[in-house]
Design a protein around this ligand. Structure first.
Ligand SMILES: NC(=O)c1ccc[n+]([C@@H]2O[C@H](COP(=O)([O-])OP(=O)(O)OC[C@H]3O[C@@H](n4cnc5c(N)ncnc54)[C@H](OP(=O)(O)O)[C@@H]3O)[C@@H](O)[C@H]2O)c1
Length: 217
């Protein structure tokens, strides 16, 4: 196994070209983290992201995934299909991330999925209905995301799965509820800025290691 020296303040972000990913890169940069992210060559992100090192590549290029993670003390995964949700790639991408983490020796993985993914006892009835409707309309995407969560849970890493309801681009309110048993309905939202701040806090505190948590604003 190849071993890399982990530096306390380097963070790898997958999905850094996405909206939550960019918020996380911004907040981490402000807190003094060195940020590195993998961006696929076809991404609409053209100019890079301020103060971040971008590695260009795809998840099926393991060397690129390893290059993104090397020397990092934590990995955040904020990938997800863009509308019309036809891309089925999250489980395969997560397999690559886990393999790369095992090769580099990085153990801390925080992954954002969604409140509608998988089975959950704490969804309100309308939310449960919406989750089932999503799984009916996009069965492959739903299975892919559920498999993504299962891969993380059985990875043996120090993981946390963060499951938000509907995301907004509203300014931060600096208020977030987080708990494995938090009840989630269709109405609550959370701003990507608040979520990014929460995820960075979780990177630093490890309050929810090996837990699947629901969050809302
Ligand atoms: N939207 C919501 O209301 C909502 C609610 C709950 C949970 N979530 C979840 O929260 C996470 C972040 O959401 P967001 O809205 O902030 O993200 P987003 O802006 O939609 O960004 C998605 C990210 O995933 C990447 N991606 C998409 N398809 C890909 C593919 N085939 N291969 C490689 N990378 C790909 C994108 O890269 P490119 O730039 O290359 O496209 C981008 O970096 C996702 O997991 C999402 O499912 C969203």
């Amino acid at each position: 196994m190849e071993s890399h020296h982990a530096t306390a303040h380097k963070l790898a972000i997958f999905g850094i070209s996405g909206r939550t990913g960019r918020e996380l890169a911004k907040v981490a940069g402000l807190k003094g983290w060195e940020v590195r992210g993998l961006v696929r060559p076809t991404s609409l992100l053209e100019d890079g992201i301020d103060n971040c090192r971008i590695v260009r590549g795809n998840f099926d290029e393991l060397d690129r995934v390893i290059e993104t993670i090397a020397d990092c003390s934590a990995v955040c995964c904020m990938i997800g299909p863009r509308p019309p949700y036809r891309d089925v790639f999250c489980a395969a991408a997560t397999t690559a991330i886990i393999a790369a983490m095992k090769q580099t020796g990085c153990r801390r993985l925080i992954c954002q999925t969604g409140a509608m993914i998988g089975r959950a006892a704490n969804r309100s009835r309308p939310m449960e209905w919406a989750a089932r409707a999503f799984a009916r309309w996009h069965p492959e995407a739903a299975r892919d995301r559920e498999e993504q969560e299962q891969l993380i849970e059985s990875s043996g890493l120090d993981w946390t799965i963060v499951k938000p309801p509907r995301l907004t681009d509203a300014p931060p309110r600096n208020r977030i509820q987080a708990d494995p048993f938090l009840r989630v309905g269709l109405l609550p939202t959370i701003s990507r800025a608040d979520l990014a701040a929460f995820i960075l806090d979780e990177v630093q505190t490890g309050r929810f290691v090996r837990q699947r948590i629901c969050v809302k604003g």
